[in-house]
Design a protein around this ligand. Structure first.
Ligand code: HEM
Ligand code: HEM
Length: 213
């Protein structure tokens, strides 16, 4: 439930980007999380899809090592991103049909659940394969589990399925964002892009919920 205080904060947010989310816009923390996370995920997904069909050999090993090293560095920011979203619900749903709101929400949930699954299964797959996580020769994290072949294979399968689910959700997500821009509704997407005044778009929804509350 939103209070009138939330409303005044949200209206004030049109002047600058607030740190935390308001009912009308994503705050600075969510925006940094989103764009840093997006860059890391697209990079890791790209490398993974690139090497997945390669025959075993030095070239595949090179890309796998790069994937694991970048994945290990990305682990904390990505985990933080998911936890942040769990405790910060973000702005109100966009002013669009209930069906579209549901699809948008489903896509976001698949993306976040995908990140969580990938950052858990990735390192565990390396460790249960009996290997250490090597990060560019800077440091390595030895396997706390030792070799556990059956679990290793299961984790690899879950990792692959999560990556594919994320790829599909990501296509929907990016097409949706592009649609908003092409359809001249870029102010909606401005909740994440940071255009000045973008936050005003939801003021109608906001007023209704303030009156309702
Ligand atoms: C070029 C790539 C991308 C574009 C243009 C884009 C665009 C956007 C926009 C405009 C929003 C705000 C929607 C709203 O107003 O409610 C958003 C939210 C979101 N995006 Fe993306 N996005 C991209 C990549 C990604 C990637 C790679 C992921 C994760 C795998 C991701 C996950 C999310 C999630 C979970 C949200 C909901 C808010 C949050 O928790 O951050 N996006 N995106
Ligand atoms: C959001 C983050 C991540 C994404 C999008 C991602 C994506 C992928 C993809 C697409 C593949 C290829 C799957 C295939 O073989 O068909 C893959 C494989 C792999 N990833 Fe990730 N990954 C992520 C995070 C991680 C992390 C953090 C680690 C470990 C530190 C990791 C370790 C591995 C390993 C060991 C494989 C090879 C599995 C196999 O041989 O099938 N990944 N990943």
């Amino acid at each position: 439930m939103q209070s009138s205080n939330d409303f005044s904060q949200a209206t004030a947010a049109t002047a600058s980007i607030p740190f935390a989310d308001t009912p009308n816009t994503y705050g600075l923390a969510s925006r940094v999380n989103h764009w840093l996370g997006a860059a890391l995920v697209i990079f890791l997904l790209g490398i993974g899809l690139f090497f997945e069909d390669m025959p075993r050999g030095p070239e595949k090993l090179y890309w796998l090592k790069l994937h694991v090293a970048v994945g290990a560095l990305a682990l904390l920011p990505l985990a933080f991103r998911v936890v942040w979203r769990l405790f910060n619900r973000g702005p109100a749903a966009l002013d669009q049909s209930i069906a579209r709101q549901r699809v948008t929400r489903l896509v976001h949930v698949v993306l976040l659940a995908g990140i969580a699954t990938l950052v858990i299964t990735g390192p565990l797959a390396v460790w249960t394969g009996g290997r250490a996580i090597e990060v560019f020769g800077w440091f390595s994290i030895a396997s706390p589990t030792g070799t556990m072949e059956t679990l290793h294979q299961a984790l690899e399968i879950v990792h692959v399925i999560a990556a594919k689910a994320m790829l599909i959700a990501l296509l929907f997500h990016i097409i949706g964002a592009v649609y908003h821009v092409i359809a001249g509704k870029q102010r909606l997407s401005g909740r994440m892009f940071g255009r000045p005044g973008a936050e005003k778009i939801n003021s109608k929804i906001n007023r209704v919920s303030v009156i309702d509350s």
